[in-house]
Design a protein around this ligand. Structure first.
Ligand code: UDP
Length: 364
């Protein structure tokens, strides 16, 4: 008999398993995939660690979380930068003084503030993404940097998306083009799979195993379940299906040593079907002779495909609340992670959630 059967070996499942194992509980981790780590899984191809499910850059302001992850793998000192390509021209991003210089030829923080004040538009419903961002940067910058990318990424008119999505990204008047402000940042040396492997060290893991295919049996061998998949799937879509955005990745090996000169370029024109191109060697300052790039194509999630992003608009959040209410009536199951909590979490937030929920268990 297990104390915890954990469905999913992504970050939530792996951290939860580590914590409870260290407290003396018996855990079994299942994953339907043939690999550990969920979407943080990286694979070494031609000596390059490829982020198979999209770029993952670790960043946090929480020193305890930073120390925690460093117990399991060494991090390099990569600090994330993203550039934008629009109409074949490269721009600095997130919007900062260099971007404003490229677009408007303003060349100091003071000039930037004056320019921004003159281009900001008064809008009336700043709950929606388009109105909020136009009230911050005006229509022209919105059209270069945000409109096409956001429409592709979410498959929805930015007027129908919550402004919280765009508030993730800073708007700066100084010459600072780092993507994140967080104090602690990096990429695991050798890839994320090492981190997950070490988190799961000494934990029993069964891959290629779908919990739902033998649910009654799995329920019979454990006291509690930790479920990290989509919460609506767990309840067989009883209150309706939640919407997600999905992604398709096209990986290409090239016999070039440098394709784009940086790790991520966002393509903001609507006509280009992918949102960004990753070049993996740059995450680890690689000097290999060849390179591997990945084009990310967003698409609507349908049953049977992989969900990546929750769509936290009012409609979906209301459906999610119904599932949460029902989940609270089940004492022997814990829901955690981006899919089960239906939250646009970054990695450090997933880890914080797993640490909190495991502590609630062993403090009982
Ligand atoms: N975004 C944009 N243009 C860009 C980059 C981001 O309009 O060049 C918007 C887009 O709506 C995206 C959101 O900002 O979904 C958040 O971006 P982030 O980089 O945090 O997305 P993630 O890396 O999680 O996909």
């Amino acid at each position: 008999m297990y104390d915890y059967l954990i469905v999913g070996s992504g970050l939530f499942g792996s951290v939860f398993a580590r914590e409870m194992t260290d407290k003396g509980y018996r855990c079994l981790v299942l994953d339907k995939r043939s690999t550990i780590g969920g979407n943080v899984y990286t694979e070494k191809i031609d000596d390059i660690n490829v982020h198979k499910y999209g770029a993952h850059i670790f960043h946090t302001n929480d020193e305890a979380i930073w120390k925690y992850v460093n117990r399991f793998v060494d991090f390099n000192n990569y600090r994330h930068k993203v550039f934008v390509k629009n109409n074949s021209r490269l721009y600095s991003f997130p919007i900062n003084l260099l971007t404003l210089s490229q677009v408007y030829n303003v060349n100091s923080p003071e000039e930037a503030e004056i320019k921004l004040q003159s281009i900001r538009q008064k809008t009336y419903n700043t709950q929606n993404l388009e109105d909020w961002i136009v009230s911050q940067i005006g229509v022209h910058l919105y059209e270069i940097f945000i409109k096409g990318y956001t429409t592709k990424q979410w498959g929805r008119d930015p007027k129908n998306l919550p402004s919280s999505i765009i508030k993730r990204i800073p708007i700066r008047k100084e010459l600072n083009d780092f993507y994140f402000d967080d104090l602690f940042q990096g990429i695991p040396k050798g890839g994320y799979t090492i981190m997950i492997k070490n988190l799961l060290s000494g934990v029993e893991v069964k891959l290629n195993t779908n919990y739902f295919e033998d649910k009654n049996y799995f329920n019979s061998i454990t006291n509690k379940i930790v479920y990290t998949g989509p919460i609506d799937e767990y309840f067989d879509y009883e209150y309706g299906a939640l919407e997600y955005r999905s992604l398709q990745f096209q990986h290409e090996s090239l016999t070039l040593n440098d394709f784009q000169g940086t790790s991520v370029i966002n393509y903001t024109n609507l006509e280009i079907p992918y949102t960004r191109i990753l070049e993996h060697k740059h995450f680890e300052f690689g000097r290999q002779k060849s390179t591997i790039i990945t084009k990310e194509y967003p698409l609507e999630w349908r049953k049977g495909e992989e969900p990546y992003y929750p769509i936290n608009d009012e409609k979906n959040n209301a459906i999610f609340q119904n599932y949460t209410k029902k989940a609270k009536t089940l004492p022997n199951i814990i829901f955690g992670g981006r899919l089960a909590e239906y939250k646009y979490y970054d990695m450090h937030q997933v880890i914080a959630s797993a640490l909190k929920k495991s502590k609630q268990e062993y403090d009982k």
